[in-house]
Every structure is written in structure tokens, then in C-alpha cells.
Design a protein around this ligand. Structure first.
Ligand SMILES: Nc1ncnc2c1ncn2[C@@H]1O[C@H](COP(=O)(O)OP(=O)(O)OP(=O)(O)O)[C@@H](O)[C@H]1O
Length: 360
């Protein structure tokens, strides 16, 4: 296992792209702690796979260094870095049995037959394939094959990290749930450093202790699921995480109040004063918007209500801006409605970045 440090990494796919300033990764300076469960989350093209391939050694960065436990591995191959990988499509040897597939990496490392058998049996139990140990891999389902790919990473005791690139892409929706929670359990048992690439927030938030949110070649926030939900540092995080995402309302500031389309909204505490030229937005999650009878808050026009079973999503217009609110399934929604905001849940953004509050 290893602590993985990315030291001022930048990457452009060709020297021409670098000369034109078109970097797939613009500046990455982060550490993955030994034994942690991490997700790299972001939309298509933001650089997740590029970053994973730099860590595994499939790609060499244009600039910067990669350190495993402070040893510079930038020039080392995937094999020399001792990385295990689980890709979108399961990589298994179809002609071998399940047990032979798991034993393969140990044989390559000249581990003795007895020790190999012991470890393979242990992993077979843990990934739930003990009964299929002697079956040919060819006849297995996609999720069983993905379990073998994962098992091959866990069977070796010398693996620095296990990297996953969208590993649930070809798995049936029903099995996705099962595999996801099994993966989390296996992480808790083995405590290997695991890095999981996905564009799916549910996968990222259920698997990872810490999520790296990426956009446009940059990591905009590293945080626990709770931090990403309650204190998004960037409007992209607010919008991308949560369903529906955070409401973002263009505003101005005046004497500790935010002005949205002529409405004055009290901000919870003193907010540091962002430079006057910056574009300001007030961020509030739909979970913290209350829908009230007319006369008790700020007026909205309700456009539609989506009933999703456990709760209702109110799609409305407030001061000419679209706004969503989440209401309890049993909650009344007046035809003529107002809204109020939970003040402590208001965030202010300047040029998309969170304005940190001044602490008393
Ligand atoms: N081999 C390549 N040559 C040139 N550009 C590339 C290459 N691979 C990726 N890119 C570009 O680098 C950027 C980051 O791509 P990357 O595949 O890392 O993103 P991603 O977040 O993993 O997206 P996806 O989820 O679609 O795989 C994109 O603009 C992409 O077009």
C-alpha cells in the first residue's frame, strides 16, 4: 500500500497542445493517503481517466512528479509501481477457471503453491465466488467477471493501490447496488488505497471517504460527501452534486444582505467582501428552501411539481430565475406560494468560488 502524492502535475497529450496551452490536466497538487477510499468525480472529458493513467503509469505527465511513499515513481511502469486495475470491461482469462484467474498474479510473482492456494481460497470467499472456483470464467456474468478483476487486485499483498475506471459500466442496474456495497466492505476489510473514477455521483458518494471533484482539467474540491453537500467550494460542485443540484441566484450585496431581483435576503453572518467587479451568486440547496403560503416569504411562481414518491420537487420561478425546492411527500404546496431560506444553508459565490465567511 502506498501514500500517493501528485506533485505539481500537468499533462498535455502532445507538445503542440502544450504550446497552445491546452492541458488535459492543468495543475494537480494532491495527496491520496495510504489506505483511503477515493473517487474522482466529474463530467465526461474533465480529465479523470488521464489522472488515473498518470497514477498507474500508463501515461507519463508532461510536468511534475508522482511519488509513492515519497519515492519518485514518475518514470516507472505500471508493473514496477505494483498497481492493480479494474477497467470498464472485465479483463479475465476466459479459458482459465475462476481460481486460476485469481492465482495468476501470484504465480507471476513466484509465490509458493501452498500460499497461493490459501490466498485464493480466502479471496474467493470474500468476493462470494467460492462455489464457482472451478468454473471456467467464460460462462460467468459481467458482475462475476468484474469481481474476479477486483479479486486479482486484492489477492496480492504488495499492491500499492487498486484503481477502478468506471467499473460498473457494463453491470446490470440491480447488480450495481450489490457490487457497490460489496466493494465498500472489501475496502473496509483490506484497507488498500483505492481510487475510483466515475461520472456518477451516487457511485462516488457511496464508495469514497473523500471525493475529488474535477472539472475542465482541474480538481475544484476534495471533500467528504457531507462537505461537498453542505459547503460546495465551487458552484460546479453545488450544481453537480445533489438532485436537483444547488440553486444559484445571481445577486448583489448591500449591508450584509443579498439582493436578488429586488428582494433583500438576510445572510447568516458577516461575509468577507468580495471585490466589486466579481460576479456574485447566492447558493441554496433545494432541501433548504421552504415553500410557504403567500405572504410569509418571497413570492414564487410554481411551474410544476414532480412527485418522486418519498418527496416532491417543486420547480418554480423566483425573481425571474429558475428555482427548485424539495418538499416532504406529505407537505402542502399552496397554489399561491412564497419561499423562505434556512439562513445557515446560504452560500455566497464570487466568480464561481465560495466566499468564506468571516468567523467571529
Ligand atoms: N489520447 C488522447 N489524445 C489527445 N487528447 C486526449 C486523449 N485522451 C484524452 N484526451 C483529451 O483529454 C481530456 C480529458 O480526457 P479524459 O479521458 O481524461 O476525461 P474523462 O473525464 O475521463 O472523460 P470520460 O469520462 O469521457 O472518459 C479531454 O479533452 C480529451 O478529449
Amino acid at each position: 500500500m502506498a501514500r500517493i502524492r501528485l506533485d505539481r502535475i500537468r499533462h498535455a497529450y502532445t507538445p503542440e497542445l502544450a504550446a497552445a496551452g491546452q492541458y488535459a490536466l492543468r495543475q494537480i497538487d494532491h495527496t491520496f493517503e495510504d489506505g483511503g477510499a477515493y473517487a474522482l468525480l466529474g463530467p465526461s472529458g474533465c480529465g479523470k481517466t488521464t489522472l488515473l493513467n498518470l497514477i498507474s503509469g500508463l501515461l507519463a505527465p508532461s510536468e511534475g512528479r508522482i511519488l509513492f511513499d515519497e519515492q519518485d515513481v514518475t518514470e516507472l511502469s505500471t508493473q514496477a509501481r505494483n498497481i492493480a486495475q479494474v477497467f470498464q470491461f472485465p479483463v479475465v482469462y476466459d479459458t482459465m477457471t475462476v481460481a486460476q484467474n485469481l492465482a495468476f498474479p501470484l504465480r507471476n510473482r513466484r509465490i509458493g503453491a501452498k500460499e497461493t492456494e490459501r490466498r485464493v481460497r480466502d479471496i474467493l470467499e470474500r468476493i462470494g465466488l467460492a462455489e464457482k472456483a472451478n468454473r471456467r470464467a467464460a460462462g460467468l456474468t459481467a458482475d462475476e467477471k468484474q469481481k474476479i478483476s477486483l479479486g486479482r487486485g486484492l489477492v496480492r499483498s504488495d499492491v500499492a493501490a487498486v484503481l477502478f475506471d468506471e467499473p460498473l459500466t457494463v453491470i446490470d442496474p440491480q447488480m450495481k447496488w450489490q457490487l457497490r456495497s460489496q466493494l465498500k466492505e472489501l475496502h473496509a476489510e483490506f484497507r488498500r488505497t483505492m481510487i475510483y473514477v466515475t461520472h456518477d455521483q451516487t457511485e462516488a458518494l457511496t464508495f469514497a471517504d473523500k471525493v475529488f471533484v474535477m472539472v475542465d482539467g482541474e480538481v475544484v474540491q476534495v471533500g467528504t460527501p457531507e462537505e461537498l453537500f453542505s459547503r460546495p467550494r465551487h458552484t460546479f460542485v453545488g450544481y453537480f452534486i445533489g438532485s436537483p443540484g444547488m440553486n444559484l441566484l445571481p445577486c448583489t450585496l448591500e449591508g450584509g444582505q443579498a439582493i436578488v431581483g429586488g428582494h433583500r435576503i438576510n445572510l447568516p453572518q458577516a461575509i468577507g467582501s468580495p471585490a466589486a467587479s466579481r460576479a456574485l451568486e447566492l447558493g441554496i440547496r433545494p432541501e433548504f428552501v421552504q415553500v410557504l403560503p403567500r405572504g410569509q416569504g418571497y413570492p414564487i411562481t410554481i411551474r410544476r411539481v414532480e412527485d418522486i414518491g418519498s418527496e416532491k420537487i417543486v420547480r418554480a420561478e423566483f425573481a425571474g430565475q429558475p428555482l427548485s425546492a424539495i418538499v416532504d411527500e406529505a407537505g402542502e404546496i399552496p397554489a399561491e406560494a412564497d419561499i423562505a431560506f434556512a439562513p445557515e444553508a446560504l452560500n455566497l459565490y464570487a466568480d464561481s468560488w465560495l466566499v468564506e465567511r468571516e468567523r467571529a
